[in-house]
Design a binder for this molecule. Structure first.
Ligand SMILES: Nc1ncnc2c1ncn2[C@@H]1O[C@H](COP(=O)(O)OP(=O)(O)OP(=O)(O)O)[C@@H](O)[C@H]1O
Ligand SMILES: O=C(O)C[C@@H](O)[C@H](O)C(=O)CO
Length: 338
């Protein structure tokens, strides 16, 4: 199937495989206050690539995950969740070194003032080794998603480049969700080098304006012009580059020279994070259905609204009928922002 010059190998048994972190979100139950004043949290599976994979699975696609979890109750909570979601977890390794599961404590001071306190020392997800990346899982997949934070440290960094090599070898479409989390990196120069090296191999690149700014410290785009940002990647492997702008929506550029703007939909926002993961899942799902770029962006934008209107990220990932209904209700004026 071809969508916007991107061709998916229909004969492959898996639709989507992601590689990267599997973590735990601990979202404060007492919202609209600083974390210092919160007492209880709800535990969810987290990790941006995990959220995207869960989103793709919820939308009805056959998915798999490549990663590493801690050999403890949190690791077993995560793998049990993937199993219940029907996600092939055969590519998930168990750490044997005593590493731990990354924790994301989320603070919801207000619907527009949210932050994440990350505990990521000695996390298992960054210990995934290149030799643990199953070539067969990627060979069976129409699409591979990589996520930028997995590039932050070795051996996870080399595992990502191994996955990219397998994807190229077996004709999988490669999507790169930039997912820049500063606390995981030690140097701006190193960050930009590895993000750029990975991005050169990718067919679809999705990031915020700020994430592309981080990458472009090696280039020259003082006006932070989205079109200049996108053009660079069409000289490499990219067919589609999406720059996300929060409530102001998103813009996509395609290699054929076209651009596509998507507005955001109204939403009763509980917390803003999770927007990017659900947007990515909705957009990539749309492409895999053969929809055009604009329709896929609209679907991703609506999926994002459903997740930011919820307390969780992974648990809130919607099914396809929910997203279509959300769009219809917005078009009828039945949903408004606060
Ligand atoms: N407040 C909002 N109201 C409606 N839609 C939103 C809002 N914030 C984000 N979105 C939708 O989600 C998409 C992605 O959001 P954003 O640009 O914030 O990405 P992100 O920074 O990667 O998200 P995250 O907060 O999960 O890291 C936007 O393009 C828009 O369609
Ligand atoms: O990606 C992370 O490590 C944090 C996520 O678990 C959290 O759900 C989020 O920020 C989603 O964007």
């Amino acid at each position: 199937m071809t969508s916007n010059a991107i061709t998916f190998s229909e004969a492959k048994p898996l639709d989507f495989v992601a590689i990267g972190r599997l973590c735990i979100d601990l979202n404060a139950n007492e919202i609209n206050r600083p974390m210092e004043e919160t007492v209880t949290f709800t535990k969810y599976v987290g990790g941006s690539p995990a959220n995207i994979c869960i989103g793709m699975s919820r939308l009805g696609l056959k998915t798999g995950f490549i990663g590493k979890v801690a050999n403890d109750q949190m690791g077993r909570f995560i793998t049990g969740y993937l199993d219940r979601e029907g996600i092939d977890a055969s590519g998930v390794s168990i750490d044997r070194t005593g590493a731990v599961t990354g924790l994301a404590f989320t603070e919801i001071k207000s619907p527009t003032d949210c932050s994440i306190l990350m505990y990521r020392d000695n996390v298992a997800d960054l210990l995934l080794e290149a030799g643990e990346v199953p070539e067969s899982l990627i060979a069976d997949a129409k699409m591979l998603l990589i996520s930028g934070t997995a590039l932050a440290k070795s051996p996870s960094r080399e595992a990502v480049f191994q996955a990219l090599e397998y994807a190229k070898k077996h004709g999988a479409v490669i999507a790169f969700d930039l997912d820049y989390r500063p606390y995981t990196w030690t140097s701006d120069e190193e960050t930009a080098v590895y993000y750029n090296l990975a991005a050169e191999k990718c067919d679809i690149i999705i990031g915020t304006r700020e994430e592309f700014d981080m990458m472009e410290r090696l280039g020259n785009n003082p006006e932070r012009d989205d079109r200049i940002t996108a053009a660079k990647w069409f000289d490499h492997s990219a067919d589609i580059v999406i720059i996300k702008h929060g409530k102001d929506g998103s813009i996509a550029y395609s290699k054929d020279g076209n651009s596509h703007r998507a507005r955001s939909f109204p939403a009763k926002v509980v917390k803003t994070f999770g927007a990017g993961d659900s947007y990515a899942a909705g957009f990539l799902y749309g492409l895999m259905q053969g929809w055009d770029i604009s329709a896929s962006m609209e679907f991703g934008s609506a999926a994002a609204c459903i997740v930011i209107s919820s307390h969780s990220c992974s648990d809130a990932m919607p099914k396809a009928p929910e997203v279509h209904e959300y769009i219809e209700r917005c078009l009828k004026g039945e949903i408004t922002s606060d």
